[in-house]
Design a protein around this ligand. Sequence first.
Ligand SMILES: Cc1cn([C@H]2C[C@H](O)[C@@H](COP(=O)(O)OP(=O)(O)O[C@H]3O[C@@H](C)C(=O)[C@@H](O)[C@H]3O)O2)c(=O)[nH]c1=O
Length: 187
Amino acid sequence: MTIKTTPIPGLLIIEPRIFKDNRGCFFELFNDANFHENGIETGFIQDNVSHSVKNTIRGLHYQLAPYGQAKLVQVMKGRVLDVAVDLRENSPTFGQHYAIELSDENKLQFYIPKGFAHGFRALTEDVVFFYKCNAAYNKEAERGINFNDPDLAIDWKIPVGESIVSPKDEGLPSFEEAEKNFFFHEG
Ligand SMILES: Cc1cn([C@H]2C[C@H](O)[C@@H](COP(=O)(O)OP(=O)(O)O[C@H]3O[C@@H](C)C(=O)[C@@H](O)[C@H]3O)O2)c(=O)[nH]c1=O
């Protein structure tokens, strides 16, 4: 696999090595040793899958410390615009976000450490999204930031009215409002 850095420290793009032949292709979805060799924290303990209709936006989600989750995210079917927002208060890129297109064609994986909010938009119908987390889901610790917060200025590449969003996500606070509680975030 190839690891590429992004302008936000800790956010990584993982490109698996694809073996193609006349049957199709093969690639390793996750190989713990390769991550450890590159000094990337893993310890994944939960795998999640979501299916989304086109233009669904899920996010922006995170869990409070000590329940923060590093995530390794990828698309098994379709295409998404995936976004991570830096919530690490001591980070030089605090409040900034990075967006990347993930698809079943480019097979890219996005590594999101603890201390980030995460979300994505389904760019195609019936997106199957798969991700690993290194801490369990904790309902009491789950928090979020409104995907449409003008301060974050995330370009979801769709008029807001055309997105499909859960009532929970519609009601999420702005970055500024959520920031009042960021003190419990690990870097
Ligand atoms: C995330 C999660 C949800 N659930 C339940 C709670 C709820 O009843 C139902 C749907 O949950 P949500 O609406 O929060 O699902 P969803 O909006 O897909 O939440 C996910 O969004 C992406 C962007 C992330 O980064 C993930 O960490 C996670 O927060 O599934 C679990 O049982 N385990 C889990 O790990």
